[in-house]
Design a protein around this ligand. Structure first.
Ligand SMILES: NC(=O)c1ccc[n+]([C@@H]2O[C@H](COP(=O)([O-])OP(=O)(O)OC[C@H]3O[C@@H](n4cnc5c(N)ncnc54)[C@H](O)[C@@H]3O)[C@@H](O)[C@H]2O)c1
Length: 260
């Protein structure tokens, strides 16, 4: 059973969407959770809704200073950090030609450098207690390529590399590192492209339907996968990519072939 009683977790990007659901799920499993995000008002509201086991900390994942402050404050308050969920990320939808270098770099900075900084920031305390679980929220776009998401896919493939390499470095210190690879999440992430996406709804629907379990995956399913990897239920599991994608990356799907 996935329980986190007496455990302390930091969840980044927890002010909304999948991250907020991960924070709720970890608290429901017994953890104390620090919700960390750049969206302060939203994060404080979610934290207050969750209750006493949750607190909010302003954090820009690309800032070493912010990480240092949030980790120090968490240790001062709770004395330990058992779980780090690197969930914060940004998306850029655009072909290579429509992805200027500064945007490509920014996507890597938030989605890959951010989790690297977070991992480094919690290492000393996790090593001192000889235990810890770090879960990166990657994406199916980190498992297979897709046109129009080069910057995002590069960041998410990179994040899986970070998980695998660091899992090998840290296993002997009692620290496990894994990645969850969801299909779908908060549509707020697509905000800047809503209009363009609305014009190709039939194509995006077909993309979501042509998989083993059609449709997008519920936030709770993603959060439960994170909980599993965060908890002792997954003891012995390290360096893996756990797709939570309704089979989207299992292979190619042709609906008519199911009735042959
Ligand atoms: N939305 C999707 O369709 C989808 C699909 C697959 C994977 N994912 C992944 O799921 C995770 C959660 O995304 P979501 O769907 O909830 O989207 P979201 O945009 O609602 O959530 C991302 C959160 O990260 C925060 N954030 C962004 N930059 C930050 C920074 N520099 N420092 C701290 N916080 C920052 C945002 O404020 C936001 O609260 C992400 O890792 C995303 O890549 C999402």
């Amino acid at each position: 059973m996935s329980r986190l009683d007496d455990r302390v977790a930091i969840v980044t990007g927890a002010s909304r969407g999948v991250g907020a659901t991960i924070a709720r799920t970890l608290v429901a499993a017994g953890a104390k959770v620090v919700l960390a995000d750049i969206l302060v008002e939203e994060g404080e509201k979610v934290s207050a809704e969750i209750g006493e086991a949750a607190t909010f900390a302003a954090l820009d994942v690309t800032s070493e200073e912010d990480w240092s402050r949030v980790v120090s404050e968490t240790l001062a308050e709770h004395g330990q950090i058992d779980v780090l969920v690197n969930n914060a990320a940004i998306l850029h939808l655009g072909t290579l030609e429509n992805t200027p270098p500064e945007i490509f770099r920014r996507v890597l900075e938030v989605n890959a450098v951010g989790p690297y900084l977070g991992t480094r920031a919690v290492l000393a305390s996790m090593k001192a207690q000889n235990s810890g679980s770090i879960v990166h929220v990657a994406s199916i776009d980190g498992l297979v390529g897709m046109n129009g998401v080069s910057a995002y896919a590069t960041s998410k493939f990179g994040l899986r590399g970070l998980a695998k390499s660091s899992s090998l470095e840290l296993g002997r210190s009692g620290i496990r590192v894994n990645a969850v690879c969801p299909a779908g999440g908060n549509t707020d992430m697509y905000g800047p492209w809503f209009e363009k996406l609305a014009a190709i709804t039939d194509q995006t629907q077909a993309y979501n339907e042509n998989r083993g379990i059609p449709g997008t995956v519920a936030y709770e399913a993603i959060a439960n996968a994170v909980l599993y990897l965060a908890s002792d239920a997954s003891a012995g599991v390290t360096g893996i990519d756990l797709p939570v994608d309704g089979g989207a990356t299992a292979g190619k799907f042709i609906l008519g072939f199911n009735s042959m």
